[in-house]
Design a protein around this ligand. Structure first.
Ligand code: ZN
Ligand code: ZN
Length: 329
């Protein structure tokens, strides 16, 4: 089978490999679509992944069952969760794999076939097309939906999305769909324009005048919610400057830097800070419901490439000139 290999320093190539053998409790999936996620870029730009890739959003058809699998049958269409819990603890029983203490993250899904635990597979409704399913069962819409559930206060009207990569664009699409007034912020013109297409009322450049512009747009108060999807020192600082007193800052972007001051950023202005990572397995049916109620998640997709052209797709994604990018074998 063909699999994409991250060869390091922002290069990749498609190579031939033996299909993985499903271990006990795993299944082998024939990939129908995989999606590119921003979180893969650290490995892509850095040391690479010998023989493999960071792909972790995919849908496909079950082709082989490992020992002990009784919940799926060959031929079944599924979407997968890349975060797989132990399946036995209280959090896993509730469908919260991301809260399981022994959760593991799976990848290697930019390939014609991949293996994954049966309990990480969500069977797809027969009428749900592959493209939609890729976004609805993966972090493309999973993170925005998980985020939306944490900011469901009725008094929230204006939401700023700081950073308009795929996760930011998903937040724009979903929050606009939910009736919020959305302001998008980024440094890349392509993404600023894309956010407008997805429903942002205003989409602006993060320059020196950013906070002044936001105050002009929010009657001098700041936004009710700011979702930081960039995880940069500047975007985090701007998120706290752009939120109103008593408002909510949500962290979607990953960062390991220490850059917050409790008195300045939280106490005196009574800010709520919300951490948000990935989504719960139990939330996948809710995302199917969103789609049935008219959320067209395919609007986030800007490009589709055959797996053979994945190196070209990654190079384009790396230049920030895409929305969501799908690969198909
Ligand atoms: Zn991801
Ligand atoms: Zn568990």
């Amino acid at each position: 089978m063909k699999i994409l290999e991250f060869t390091g320093q922002a290069t990749s190539r498609v190579v031939e490999a033996d299909p993985p053998k499903p271990k006990p409790q795993e299944v082998l999936i024939q990939t129908a679509r995989s999606a590119i996620c921003g979180s893969e870029m650290k490995a892509y730009r850095g040391a690479g992944i010998a023989g493999g890739n960071g792909g972790h959003e995919a849908v496909g058809t079950v082709v082989e069952l490992g020992d002990g699998v009784t919940s799926l049958v060959p031929g079944q269409r599924v979407g997968v969760s890349a975060v797989v819990g132990c399946g036995e603890c209280a959090e896993c029983q509730r469908g919260r794999y991301t809260w399981c203490r022994s959760a593991k993250s799976r990848s290697q899904m930019h390939a014609e076939q991949f293996a994954i635990h049966a309990r990480a597979c969500s069977p797809l409704p027969d009428d749900l097309p592959w493209d939609e399913a890729t976004l609805l069962t993966g972090d493309g819409m999973g993170v925005p939906w998980h985020t939306a559930k944490k900011i469901d206060r009725a008094d929230i009207q204006t939401i700023i999305v700081m950073g308009l990569g795929p996760i930011g664009l998903g937040n724009v699409l979903l929050q606009a769909h939910l009736g919020r007034r959305v302001i998008g912020v980024d440094i890349v013109n392509y993404r600023i324009d894309f956010a407008k297409q997805l429903g942002a009322e205003v989409s602006i450049k993060a320059d020196d005048a950013l906070i002044d512009q936001i105050m002009d747009l929010t009657e001098g108060e700041g936004a009710d919610v700011v979702i930081d999807c960039a995880g940069q020192r500047a975007s985090v600082a701007n998120s706290f400057l752009a939120v109103r007193r008593g408002g909510i800052v949500v962290f979607n972007g990953e960062s390991n830097e220490e850059m917050l001051a409790p008195s300045r950023d939280f106490n005196r202005r009574e800010i709520w800070a919300v951490g948000c990572w990935y989504y719960f397995m139990s939330e996948v049916p809710e995302m199917f419901y969103l789609w049935r109620n008219g959320l067209d998640v395919t609007r986030m997709i800007s490009h589709r490439f055959p797996l053979a052209d994945a190196p070209e797709a990654f190079a384009l994604f790396d230049r920030w000139q895409t929305g969501k990018v799908l690969l198909h074998p």
